[in-house]
Write a protein that binds this ligand. Structure first.
Ligand code: C2R
Length: 189
């Protein structure tokens, strides 16, 4: 860990490293840390840029194995090369989160992340905050392949989502069945 790395773990050393190309990415990439915390996965957050601070990225990558980091999440916007460079320097799974920080609204980062040459895979999520959240869930799923407790938590996560959708469907059905007092009679069904 570099001195500028922020630990988000309450217990244990980080299993997931979240990197971002700039501090301007923090609001979005903080979502990934939040989701990992929900699953009780220790993680750390730091800023490192393959373009602006390549030596720092290389130094971070060289510590990943020794420190027991099992998955890397890299958020970057524009010509996003951070995830690819991390994948070139490590053997852990790397998940790229394309960020919408340039005038091209993330399409540039998406293409830069997804078209890795054969031999150096990077998993790519959706653009922005959705992607940050999904990157964390994907990291949990990767860790869960060897962790039955995490598989139970993931199953519970899916049950919660399904229950939420059910609640929304019931809510809509109820609001259509009971016209509110403010709905004019002509518009009531
Ligand atoms: P600034 O806000 O610092 O100007 O950064 C960052 O992820 C950020 O979204 C603008 C955008 O540049 C991105 N950046 C990259 C890399 N380093 C910074 N894509 C990289 O190494 O890939």
């Amino acid at each position: 860990m570099t001195r500028s790395t922020k630990r988000r773990s309450r217990t244990g050393s980080p299993r997931v490293g979240i990197l971002m190309g700039s501090d301007s990415d923090l609001a979005v990439m903080g979502e990934a840390a939040r989701v990992l915390e929900e699953f009780g996965i220790p993680c750390e957050l730091t800023v490192a840029s393959a373009h602006r601070s390549p030596a720092l990225v290389a130094r971070y990558a060289s510590t990943v194995d020794r420190r027991g980091i099992q998955v890397l999440i890299a958020g970057a916007g524009g010509a996003a090369h951070l995830a690819g460079v991390l994948a070139s320097l490590t053997t852990v799974p790397v998940i790229a989160v394309p960020l919408a920080s340039s005038p091209l609204a993330g399409f540039d980062a998406l293409l830069a992340s997804v078209q890795m040459p054969p031999g150096v895979p990077v998993a790519v999520t959706s653009v922005g905050a959705w992607g940050a959240r999904n990157a964390a869930i994907l990291a949990v799923q990767i860790l869960a392949t060897g962790d039955a407790g995490l598989r139970v938590k993931l199953a519970e996560h899916k049950r919660r989502m399904a229950a939420d959708v059910g609640k929304k469907a019931r809510h809509i059905a109820e609001s259509l069945a009971t016209p509110s007092a403010s709905t004019p009679p002509s518009r009531r069904r």
